[in-house]
Ligand binder design. Structure first.
Ligand code: ADP
Ligand code: MG
Ligand code: MG
Length: 263
């Protein structure tokens, strides 16, 4: 069947590099979904579909409901996150309380831990790719840069979003711990409202990622607790063996202090 026999396509929800995402509604049940169109022709499209199918069992990951195709495109029918992107919520909220920040990091890390357990590295963790549902659940989306790895396998492809990219990605020899670094960049932005590594050009951003030290200096830091700083420095460390795993982040005292216990 063709997608427009089954769903009514509605307004645009978002636009990305490779396609657009529109609201769609089942003609039989009226239920709403999000439909991502991906132009055919690259191996990468198959990988996004395959990885989403592989990850379909976690409340923190956007679920793929169905896939349609025609000559030009694939259509990924996903569960709808109608409250939009964490990025837009951050723009409205400004700074987050430590309690709210801990809640967000915990939800993201539960999803990341699941991905890593399933052998998937997301490689593009950032607030554009974290979506919100009406019930307030946070969902990891956009597996367009994700890859599956075997235990201990190293990755070499230089991909990601500049401000969020881990230093070892720039060297081209890395593993799933890159997702922890990117989530650390997010935590920094939640706590003090700015990104930790920035610059006027790509090169200066990358230089900062390779060299800049977290100094915790500046107005907004004064009200950030020691445990929050401790977690941040254990996510944004360039030493990969001491950088926390997703499980390590979930077990950190700052997370347990501010959030309900969970498995
Ligand atoms: P790209 O790979 O092009 O970045 P994404 O998968 O990140 O594509 O989707 C682009 C945008 O579309 C997202 O940032 C978001 O605004 C919107 N979007 C994607 N998936 C959903 C969804 N399941 N529910 C609601 N909006 C979505
Ligand atoms: Mg995206
Ligand atoms: Mg993508």
């Amino acid at each position: 069947k063709k997608i427009n026999q089954v769903y009514e396509l509605d307004k645009t929800l978002g636009k990305g590099k490779f396609g657009s995402v529109v609201l769609c509604r089942s003609k039989s049940t009226g239920e709403e979904f999000a439909c991502k169109t991906l132009k055919k022709g690259e191996e990468i499209v198959h990988r996004e579909v395959e990885i989403m199918q592989h990850l379909s069992g976690h409340p923190g990951v956007v679920t793929l409901k169905a896939v349609y195709e025609d000559a030009e495109s694939f259509y990924l029918v996903m569960e709808l996150c109608s409250e939009g992107r964490l990025l837009d919520q951050m723009a409205r909220e400004g700074l987050y309380s430590e309690q709210k920040a801990a809640h967000i990091i915990k939800e993201v890390m539960l999803a990341v831990r699941y991905c890593h357990e399933m052998g998937v590295v997301h490689r593009d963790i950032k607030p554009e790719n974290i979506l919100l549902t009406t019930s307030g659940q946070m969902k990891l989306a956009d597996f367009g840069l994700a890859v599956r790895i075997l235990d201990g396998q190293r990755l070499t492809g230089i991909v990601g979003s500049p401000a969020y990219v881990a230093p070892e990605v720039l060297v081209g020899n890395y593993s799933e711990k890159v997702d922890i670094w990117s989530a650390g960049v997010l935590l920094h932005a939640l706590l003090v409202g700015v990104l930790p590594f920035h610059g006027d050009s790509l090169d200066t951003v990358f230089e900062a990622i390779k060299k800049d030290k977290l100094d915790f200096v500046g107005g907004a830091w004064e009200s950030v607790s020691q445990p929050a700083r401790d977690l941040l420095s254990k996510m944004l460390t360039r030493n990969i063996s001491t950088r926390l795993t997703a499980d390590g982040v979930l077990r950190h005292p700052w997370i347990s202090f501010y959030t309900e216990p969970s498995l």
